[in-house]
Design a protein around this ligand. Structure first.
Ligand code: ZN
Length: 195
């Protein structure tokens, strides 16, 4: 009797967990791109166009870089783009990337890194309105204690200093460049303003 009740409660909890909002999901192209480069160019253009709209918004895509296909596409708002069903999707852990728009020159965020660590995604790419990228990726030597290390790594600590947005971007870039490799991850960016 008790056991039956427990199982029913567990099932209820499970159902609640899957009760997710995917109303910002749009139909993605069903085609297979000729190359990963073509897939990236498509994704980049989708993100850049959204950022250049009169009312800019963040656009996000989940892509499979082995099949060269878009798995899912989402429309966000000016601050963020929710991907609520990320952990429900059947993803190829070694070949899935999230490509999404970032307002001008804002590098990868700690939220982006967290998303990557807690999902079946191996890299997250942020695209600015110039079409430049900021990228974080898992590597083969990924640390076993990475989640712990990441929790200890608090980029927000630096926010107590009053910095202009451009100074803040430069600072975040420096912090990422220094700390991300120590966690066994890769961070690369070609944002011109950070050079
Ligand atoms: Zn982001």
């Amino acid at each position: 009797m008790f056991l039956g009740l427990r199982i029913r409660n567990l099932l209820k909890k499970q159902y609640k967990k899957t009760n997710i909002d995917v109303s910002n999901k749009i139909k993605q192209p069903q085609m297979q791109f000729k190359s990963t480069k073509d897939l990236f160019v498509y994704s980049k253009n989708r993100c850049v166009n959204a950022l250049k709209k009169e009312q800019p918004y963040e656009h996000a895509l989940i892509v499979d870089t082995k099949k060269n296909m878009v798995i899912a596409e989402y429309i966000g708002d000016v601050r963020r783009c929710k991907i609520e069903d990320l952990n429900q999707l059947d993803l190829d852990k070694k070949n899935t990337a999230i490509i999404h728009g970032h307002p001008d020159n804002v590098p990868i965020s700690s939220k982006d890194i967290k998303t990557m660590l807690n999902s079946g995604v191996y890299q997250v790419i942020a695209i600015n309105s110039n079409g430049e990228f900021s990228l974080v990726a898992k590597t083969l030597k990924k640390d076993k204690n990475i989640n712990k290390k990441f929790q200890e790594f608090k980029m927000d600590l630096y926010n107590e200093y009053k910095l202009s947005p451009q100074e803040n971007n430069l600072f975040t870039h420096d912090v990422l460049s220094k700390h991300i490799p120590l966690m066994g991850l890769r961070y690369v960016s070609n944002y011109k303003c950070l050079k």
